[in-house]
Design a protein around this ligand. Structure first.
Ligand code: NAD
Ligand code: SF4
Length: 437
């Protein structure tokens, strides 16, 4: 297996964010190589590499690019194929515990700009937008500076490097709503509307920005693309498992000795990553952790050896999500942590659909009662019932994600909930409707 770091290989370079450093370390060589290929060859290369979306869902990147309707040779294009194509970068990193895209944009913004250029060419688009999370003002400024440097060096603009390719890149700041990380809400926000999810299908690949075919890709996904072009698909596939290959940035936070970003191949286990982060703080034991942010079901010490790739984590009952590994030890109350996450979802719910808008509100009320020691045995059933009424009935992934921490905490640590009940309520447990989540 080739060695990491790859994505973070420039992080320790002096003034790593400048075009001088980037070009000195082979930067923009992949863009020149790509311009010598056909767009279809690039799509095939990325498909063959096995690169999957790093925003959380793990959708195959090359396949997503290939969904963009293109005019057929010799035919007058009609429908979506006749419309302009857009590339939109989802840089609205907002999943609790996730801190990989902002550090990447701060330390190595040109790898994203180069990835944007290659992806735009591959899908035959000449206008790309980077939608940066509103609170990340520093990342927004850094990207703007990188884009200006790339224009000045002739990597963007008209007739790039004499290839006949035109490409404009615009950096846009969001206003700080978590839901705008959902790709269709992001598109609505870009169009100047209130950011709320759209019905899918049609997927953005067919009807996205201004109703035109649009690829929406995450920052880390696109920053991986120049490495795929430089190293080739076979080299990229050597990192980690065949179906989820590639280098990956894991954000580790919470009760570890050295929290931070750690790059390792896909499929690295939490046990190995914990070792890189210096382990759980001395004198304490791991209690529970999230494999991919607060929207993914909790894992426990029994999951330390699950390879952290999309398929293995799903097979073990959770989701890889954004590889935001939040670590909790025995001093942490899982019910309080779950309440905190649920408050976040209730606050960030966009209000479009009833199960999520009302359900997350009621989940907070129940959890608050339990944490305050005023809960009843029936509240445990109510929690499960409310989750059941949100899961699969919500308009977008936010509603489903909000139930993950509750359902999994009840699955692994039901006793912690029971311990919070007043003694007379503990005696009523057997007589409640149901207790299994
Ligand atoms: P999804 O599975 O619905 O879609 C994933 C991507 O594939 C989308 O771009 C979608 O357009 C595309 N796609 C899927 N099926 C398609 C088809 N048939 N044709 C064309 N395109 C298709 O997932 P999602 O709702 O976009 O994202 C959910 C994930 O987002 C969760 O797993 C969560 O981990 C993650 N998330 C990330 C953050 C963050 O800060 N990065 C925040 C919240 C959630
Ligand atoms: Fe909005 Fe929540 Fe419904 Fe998503 S699930 S559309 S965030 S109310």
């Amino acid at each position: 297996m080739p060695l990491t770091p790859v994505l973070t290989s420039r992080f320790a370079e002096p003034r790593s964010w400048t075009i001088e450093t980037y070009e000195r370390t082979e930067g923009y060589s992949a863009w020149r190589t790509a311009l010598g290929m056909t767009p279809d060859e690039l799509v095939t290369l990325v498909k063959d590499s096995g690169l999957r979306g790093r925003g959380g869902a793990g959708f195959p990147t090359g396949m997503k690019w290939s969904f963009i309707p293109q005019p057929k040779p010799g035919e007058t294009p009609t429908g979506p194929a006749a419309k302009p194509k857009y590339l939109v970068v989802n840089a609205d990193e907002g999943e609790p515990g996730t801190c990989k895209d902002v550090p990447l944009m701060m330390a190595d913004p040109h790898s994203l700009v180069e990835g944007v250029a290659i992806a735009s060419y591959a899908i035959r688009c000449s206008y790309a937008v980077v939608y940066v999370r509103g609170e990340a003002v520093h990342a927004h400024r850094r990207l703007q500076a990188a884009v200006a440097e790339a224009y000045a060096a002739g990597h963007l603009g008209r007739d790039v490097h004499g290839s006949g390719v035109d490409l404009d890149v615009v950096v846009h700041a969001g206003a700080g709503a978590y839901i705008c990380g959902e790709e269709t809400a992001l598109l609505d926000s870009l169009e100047g509307r209130r950011g709320q999810p759209r019905l899918k299908p049609p997927f953005p690949a067919v009807a996205g920005l201004y109703g035109a075919p649009t690829v929406v890709n995450n920052v880390e996904t696109l920053a991986s693309v120049p490495f795929v072009v430089r190293g080739g698909s076979a080299w990229f596939k050597e990192f980690g498992p065949e179906k989820s290959p590639g280098p990956k940035i894991y954000s580790i936070s919470g009760r570890v000795v050295h929290p931070g970003q750690y790059e390792a191949p896909m499929g690295t286990t939490m046990r190995e990553l914990l070792e890189m982060a210096g382990g759980v703080r001395p004198g304490h034991e791991l209690k529970f952790w999230t494999p991919g942010g607060s929207s993914t079901p909790y894992f426990t010490a029994e999951h330390l050896d699950v390879p952290l790739d999309f398929d293995s984590v799903a097979a073990a009952g959770s989701m890889l999500g954004t590889t935001a590994l939040m670590v909790f030890d025995e001093t942490d109350s899982i019910v309080e942590a779950t309440l905190r996450f649920t408050e976040f979802y209730a606050h960030e719910s966009c209000g479009k659909c009833t199960p999520c808008r009302e359900g997350t509100y009621w989940l907070v009320q129940i959890l608050e009662r339990l944490v305050a020691g005023h809960g009843s045995a029936r509240d445990l059933d109510l929690l499960t019932d409310t989750c059941d009424n949100i899961l699969g009935r919500s308009f977008c992934a936010l509603g489903d994600g909000a139930t993950s921490c509750i359902a999994s905490s009840l699955k692994y640590f039901k006793d912690d909930y029971v311990a919070l009940l007043p003694p007379d309520e503990q005696g009523r447990l057997g007589r409640t409707l149901k207790l299994e989540p």
